[in-house]
Design a protein around this ligand. Sequence first.
Ligand code: GSH
Length: 261
Amino acid sequence: MVTLYEHPLSPYAQKIKIALREKGVAFELKTPDAFGAGGAAGDFLAASPRGEVPALIDGEIGVFDSTIILEYIEDRWPVPPLLPASPAERARVRMLEEVMDTHYEAINWGLGEVGWFKRADGDLAATLTANAKRQTEGFFRWLEGQIGDRSWFNGESFGWGDLSVVPCVGSSIAMGFTPAPDSKLHNWFERAMQRSAVLQTIAESRAFNIGDSNAAELVAKGLFKREYRDHRLEWMIKSGGLEVVLQGLEADNIRFAPDFG
Ligand SMILES: N[C@@H](CCC(=O)N[C@@H](CS)C(=O)NCC(=O)O)C(=O)O
């Protein structure tokens, strides 16, 4: 049985759950112990040396990073294919995935830092939220252009392009930013939600109530060390939150990727 280490709110893990479900691959879900506390260990750390979800374990094989996991899944269970057929279309949906993973995702993550983890208040919280809103609206416009006249981001059928966009737009909606009614993006999301793989994955994320997890209190006590790696660190700084980073370093409640070896 395949094991997927995940967290229901992780957009990267959501990509993998949608792919496995679309392909009908059976898997069990595990959330690493004390996830977010910066103390990854055991099987999970062996498969994911950065201590990040998702990590997929298939027998002896451990794979980390959602893009590499998607590629593994496509190679290991090729039917039904999730990538389009032509080299140009494959490159197009991979670029879409890259933009979602390394630009759009950071906006929702930043909103979580403000809203859930209470790393900013007053004017600073207002600035970060206003920047996130403006950036999200920019992405809605950009995505409208990307889908163009296609039924799916992937082309004629649902696939890699769509499962890469669903988690970002789904998280924006959960954060209170919704594509305009009857826009192409809105209609696409509604269509995607009719697929059981998408519906189940988004339902799992909506069922997780972060308010129950005392997240802000854990951050304040230094018991929760959220990872500020690459694009997330960039987002926080470029959106006006340099002092959030400095305070997190001072309080030792943010972390970077561990050293290797
Ligand atoms: N590039 C990685 C990013 C994965 C990632 O950032 N995962 C986050 C959750 S969304 C994580 O596990 N962070 C660890 C932490 O916050 O401690 C991928 O595509 O899988």
